[in-house]
Design a protein around this ligand. Structure first.
Ligand SMILES: [Zn+2]
Length: 619
């Protein structure tokens, strides 16, 4: 689930606003800014005082731009019309233009002797564009056009079935989740990938141009620029991700092995060979990135927890507002202040009957003070109750860092925001549900395997996917993967990390990476990998701080003021310090550690090993 907050990362927002927009949509008026920036760099002897003046001016501009932009985006997402789309796009364009100007001007201070805070703020500006444009106005305009085209191809993508039915991605996503018909799944899978071959020449050119832009800002290539966003050398960051993956892999391998066996039983071992990667269309998701939708196919026997939160919510007369109030209470139980009244009057909780809105759940921070909101079309289900806890995690984070300078009103690194939402959701355990009176008894530990399996299908299955998307892009941007190998390299990485393979031979023109939103949209992906690692470590650490004595998958930090204080200390820091300092506040360590995942899933791992005995695992 996403969050909307005040940062310079306008890309994601732009794509939400209108499919025709994407990163760095510079108009010719950029030229003036570029010239201005060049002039500044031509003036010799810039000083720290100049830097401070520049940063102060930008901060003022940013506050105004952010507020205008968020308001326009909010109105658009809540009243989708041609007019609101165009107003939101205009506001976003203004912000993006400003972002380009700031980044280039910030780069002119690269060799100036400034203090660490100034350097950190200048770096925030330099990193503000995920697709930096070259300084040449023509190339900059070309990059903007390409971005818009890629976004539009994806946004308008659809597939007409052999039976003549036109399906949107939403329709196909739902079929991928629910169909158990091998051929129908294959048709959906290949059908959606027909949208992307035309992206390939655009994507190739975009990589060239953005690389040139990144070099202009002083980075080796765009991948190196993305990897420079983590308070450590770019190469160390890549190594760090590999190290973390190495910790999780044994658990993933056992999950993969077990799921492959079960799918073999469902579809036949002629279709799911037991010594090869799993065909990518059978895992309940268009990208095989999370597998929770096939829980019914792999559910452990006798592991039903014996209650259904959706039914319990109905029995206890929970409507949408009561669900939100319930989730808010989780945070106040930790010692956080209650949400402001405007949260309740300004948020969107239910799908309006009379107009189009964007229903995808999101958390907003309009003014960097107290005007925080969520926008959700809440369904009265157990899963959505969980999502509300997650979204409020974003809101409480946003409010916690509101007193930081505008530059640092962000999560400690880009994995933290999602990780915090999910950390809170990990505390929505049977124990918590009992404490708030939603269920009567906590199921005994023998039932935990079912809950853990569901979590593992969603979260453990995701981890190698979360890693490989940028592994591929980094290699594309560094030139290691050439355009003629784009698709084959994509599948080599998917097989290597996920043990998942294309179900049929891919056409020479295929461009399967383009069928995943974040590739044409130009949104970096490592943050999702990080969030999946960090959330378990936060959870384990906060449970320990709360004095928990249960296994950590059973722990909820509900009611723990100690855990709340530690959490708040970290959230308040925003991105003002290297993320390692924020990490240390909760975990006691400056380095990430994926062993928390192994602890959390320990009972499932034992169970999986047992089930996999005598099998040929691996891919
Ligand atoms: Zn989220």
């Amino acid at each position: 689930m996403k969050y909307i907050t005040k940062t310079f990362k306008f890309t994601g927002l732009a794509l939400v606003i209108a499919a025709s927009l994407t990163a760095c949509n510079q108009e010719p008026k950029q030229q003036a800014s570029v010239e201005k920036a060049t002039k500044i760099s031509a003036q010799a002897a810039l000083t720290a005082t100049d830097a401070q003046q520049f940063l102060d001016n930008v901060a003022k501009e940013m506050v105004t731009l952010n507020l205008e932009g968020s308001r326009a985006a909010w109105i658009y997402a809540n009243f989708i019309t041609e007019d609101t789309a165009s107003l939101a796009a205009e506001a976003d364009q203004k912000s993006t233009d400003a972002g380009v100007r700031y980044a280039m001007q910030a780069a002119t201070f690269d060799d100036v002797d400034v203090n660490p805070t100034q350097r950190r703020q200048l770096n925030v500006l330099k990193q503000s564009l995920v697709m930096p444009a070259p300084q040449d106005p023509e190339k900059s305009a070309e990059l903007a056009t390409i971005g818009a085209k890629l976004g539009s191809i994806y946004g308008k993508g659809s597939y007409t079935t052999k039976a003549g039915e036109k399906l949107s991605l939403g329709d196909m996503t739902s079929k991928m989740a629910n169909s158990r018909d091998y051929d129908e799944l294959l048709e959906m899978w290949t059908g959606w990938r027909e949208i992307s071959p035309e992206m390939k020449p655009l994507y190739t050119r975009q990589a060239e141009l953005a690389n040139e832009g990144a070099k202009g800002l002083g980075y080796q290539d765009l991948g190196a620029m993305w990897r420079s966003n983590y308070d450590m050398p770019a190469d160390d960051f890549a190594k760090e991700l590999d190290r973390l993956w190495g910790q999780v892999k044994p658990l993933y391998d056992d999950l993969h092995c077990y799921v492959r066996t079960e799918l073999g039983e469902t579809y036949g071992t002629d279709k799911v060979a037991q010594d090869k990667p799993i065909p990518a269309h059978l895992l309940g998701n268009m990208w095989a990135q999370s597998w929770g939708n096939i829980y019914d196919l792999v559910a452990p026997q006798d592991a039903d927890p014996g209650y259904d939160v959706t039914k319990q919510l109905a029995e206890h007369n929970y409507d949408e507002i009561k669900m939100v109030r319930g989730a808010e209470k989780f945070f106040t139980s930790l010692g956080f202040d209650a949400l402001p009244e405007t949260f309740y009057t300004r948020s969107l909780f239910t799908k309006p009957a009379d107009r189009d809105v964007t229903c995808h759940a999101s958390a907003w921070d309009l003014d960097a003070k107290d005007d925080i909101r969520i926008k959700m079309c809440i369904q009265k289900t157990g899963e959505e109750f969980n999502v509300i806890h997650h979204e409020l995690g974003h809101n409480f984070y946003q409010r916690a860092y509101k007193d930081q300078p505008v530059y640092f009103q962000n999560s400690a690194n880009d994995g933290f925001h999602e990780a915090i939402g999910d950390t809170i959701a990990l505390s929505v355990t049977p124990k918590y549900l009992k404490e708030i009176g939603l269920i009567d008894t906590i199921p005994d530990e023998s039932k935990d395997i079912g809950l853990l399996m569901k979590q593992a299908l969603d979260k453990i299955a995701f981890i190698p996917f979360g890693l490989m998307v940028d592994q591929w892009r980094w290699k594309v941007y560094s030139g290691e993967i050439k355009p003629e190998n784009y698709n084959t390299s994509w599948w080599e990485l998917r097989e290597k990390y996920q043990g998942v393979a294309a179900p049929i031979d891919r056409d020479v023109n295929a461009f399967d990476p383009g069928a995943k939103y974040h590739v044409p949209a130009g949104v970096p992906y490592s943050r999702y990998f990080l969030a999946h690692i960090q959330q378990f470590e936060f959870h384990r650490a906060l449970c320990e701080i709360s004095g928990n004595t249960d296994p950590i998958h059973r722990c909820s930090i509900y009611n723990s003021k100690e855990a709340g204080t530690a959490l708040n200390t970290m959230l308040e820091m925003g991105s003002s310090q290297p993320w390692q300092q924020a990490y240390k506040v909760i975990t006691g360590n400056e380095q990430m550690d994926a062993t928390a995942i192994l602890d959390y899933f320990a009972p499932l791992h034992v169970w999986l090993k047992n089930k996999n005995q005598g099998k040929q695992c691996g891919f």
